[in-house]
Design a protein around this ligand. Structure first.
Ligand code: CAA
Ligand code: NAI
Length: 246
């Protein structure tokens, strides 16, 4: 029980990596706040958690909307009275080559993946400062760290997340808050399912492990950074990508 009685807010908890993380954390004893824009998926995750005897709530949130994020924090506090862990996992893509990328596609991805991370962390830290401890885990990407064809907007946000992680680690360390990031490689979720087959084939060839990652590969990395085992890890970016770029 590595997260016994911890309260974990997981944005994007309704699908893919976030969904897997909700189950993984619950198995380790956490009370999970499944926070997602997608009500159907989020409610299904919650029902499934309850069926397995786990504790949790679903909160509908748009991380790109500051008021909505504040309500997410209020709902979590009302249910459990504390927030030990924030997993800033919600994210979107809107891929296209630079020459063709519309300003709206640029802005949409910035709003969710970068501004959303800022809103969530800013709303949660008063609670964590009051507690004198907390763990914030952000989600970068191989695309943000090394760049990726067709992802100007997305790569900019995921590189930005690295900057936020290191800045907040420096600002918040003295308040007892650890801030780290996971940078996944290509993981089998709905996000990667949109990528053309020929591009997926190229990606697999580049991975020394010769496969895409699974949501559980990332959930386990989040778990390490959320648990007491990583108490002296701060400001790091944990690459979980099968060794795609070395
Ligand atoms: N890596 C290498 N080559 C790529 C590539 C990539 N990521 N994306 C596209 N290409 C190549 C294509 O293979 C193609 O090569 P050929 O001309 O030799 O066939 C060429 O670029 C043109 O591609 P398209 O014919 O598909 O051009 P398009 O204008 O119709 O579409 C695109 C462009 C929207 C960028 C589309 O190619 C695409 O969706 N590419 C995938 C982008 C991508 O990798 N997204 C990652 C999503 S998963 C994610 O974001 C999670 C994460 O954090 C990693
Ligand atoms: P996914 O598309 O399966 O799930 C994303 C979830 O975020 C969905 O449930 C969606 O409803 C939610 N979401 C989207 N916009 C939201 C908003 N404005 N407010 C609240 N929730 C919102 O994606 P996946 O693959 O599980 O991605 C999770 C995180 O991991 C994202 O930050 C993504 O950028 C990152 N990532 C994913 C990789 C992959 O290969 N799948 C690789 C590297 C990073």
């Amino acid at each position: 029980m590595r997260l016994y009685e911890k309260v974990a807010v997981i944005t994007g908890g309704g699908n893919g990596i976030g969904r897997e993380t909700a189950f993984r954390f619950a198995e380790e004893g956490a009370r999970v706040v499944v926070a997602d824009y997608d009500r159907d998926s989020g409610e299904k995750v919650l029902a499934s958690l309850k069926e397995k005897g786990h504790e949790g709530i679903f909160v509908q949130v748009n991380v790109a909307d500051q008021e909505s994020v504040k309500q997410m924090v209020d709902a979590s506090m009302k249910a459990y009275g504390k927030i030990d862990i924030l997993i800033n996992n919600a994210g979107v893509t809107s891929d296209g080559f630079l020459a063709k990328l519309a300003a709206e596609e640029w802005q949409k991805v910035i709003d969710v993946n970068l501004t959303g991370v800022f809103y969530c962390a800013q709303s949660v830290i008063p609670v964590m400062i009051e507690q004198g401890k907390g763990k914030i885990i952000n989600t970068s990407s191989v695309s943000g760290v090394y760049g990726n064809v067709g992802q100007s907007n997305y790569a900019a946000t995921k590189a930005g997340v690295v900057g936020l992680t290191k800045t907040w680690a420096k600002e918040l360390g003295r308040k007892g808050i650890n801030v780290n990031a996971v940078a996944p490689g290509f993981i089998e979720t709905g996000m990667v399912a949109k990528v053309p087959e020929k591009v997926i084939a190229k990606m697999k060839e580049q991975v020394p492990l010769q496969r895409l990652g699974k949501p559980s590969d990332i959930a386990n990395a989040y778990l390490y950074l959320a648990s007491e085992e990583s108490n002296y890890v701060n400001g790091t970016v944990l690459h979980v990508d099968g060794g795609i770029i070395m």
